[in-house]
Unconditional design. Sequence first.
Length: 324
Amino acid sequence: MKKRLVSGIQPSGQLHLGNYLGALRQWVELQDKYDCYFFLADYHALTSQPSANQLRENIDHTAAMLLAIGLDPKSATLFFQSAIPEHTELAWILSSLVGLGQLNRMTQYKQKADRAGQNAGLYTYPILMAADILLYGAEAVPVGEDQIQHIELTREIARSFNQHYGEVFSPPKPILNRFSRIMALNDPTKKMSKSVPGSAIGLLDEDNQIIRTIRRAVTDSDRQARTPSPALANLFTLLEAFGDLDQVRQMTKQREEGRLSYSELKEQLSEDIINALSPIKKAYKQFSSDKAELRRIYLPGEKKARATAQETLARVKKIIGISS
Ligand code: AMP
Ligand code: TRP
């Protein structure tokens, strides 16, 4: 039997290269090898308090984007979190086993609460995420580095539940790749993120916008330095992600010898990114042109996920004494 993987992404705006390399491209690579459950974490997206129109737009965007990057409903089980009420039901059940101290440790909460203001949803967000994962008995969760802490908490919650009630859940592990932390192009000390202008390249950015963002990307001032600056290392990471290996080797050598032209590096990188994104943009146009059809594509996945979720929740309800 194939190993089961679960992961989700919030529909919270345009997806960028960080999301793509850290999480989504892995999903596509993993979808045939594993039994994958991938979903839009639309309930999670409420924590940033979008307007209804904004949320609807973000959901449509993300739903079309997941298909455009190459996720295939014939390979992976694709669905919307909100279509499966067992997610929120299990989250409630788990919440009584989670200490406030455990939630207080979450660094993402601290960062997001600074920006969006504190709200209880943002605070208990990792419990819903634990439910997302445990509901499907996932062995592993492909995500970017910033989600590791949430997965560790999921492991703790699984163990607490098992200790308190009996063995039901197996603690999941994260799956990371070497692109699990892409830094902002305008500031290599921060993670690439859509909320800061100049930081990210969106997967649907126009070609000239990509060229402009890369041209403005920070590099370093010391060309003779032995090790690349974090900014330059980040550009090399992107080159490695999208470019050809010989090119990367050649430019690495040039850098080591102190004769790398930064403008050449940037031109090459822009070209590689544009080439990689062009088929995605084309596919996106198609998938987003018919919204009703787009939703229909997710229905078989929803049906399958729901059946699995119902089975787990029935077991849980029995073992906790809610149903007999
Ligand atoms: P978010 O848009 O924050 O919900 O993130 C969706 C997925 O993309 C998660 O698995 C994140 O870990 C991943 N991700 C977000 N930003 C980055 C980044 N700068 N580098 C690598 N992965 C990222
Ligand atoms: N918290 C994740 C993020 O911000 C999204 C997410 C929600 C998720 N539920 C999940 C990821 C379950 C993996 C598994 O990116």
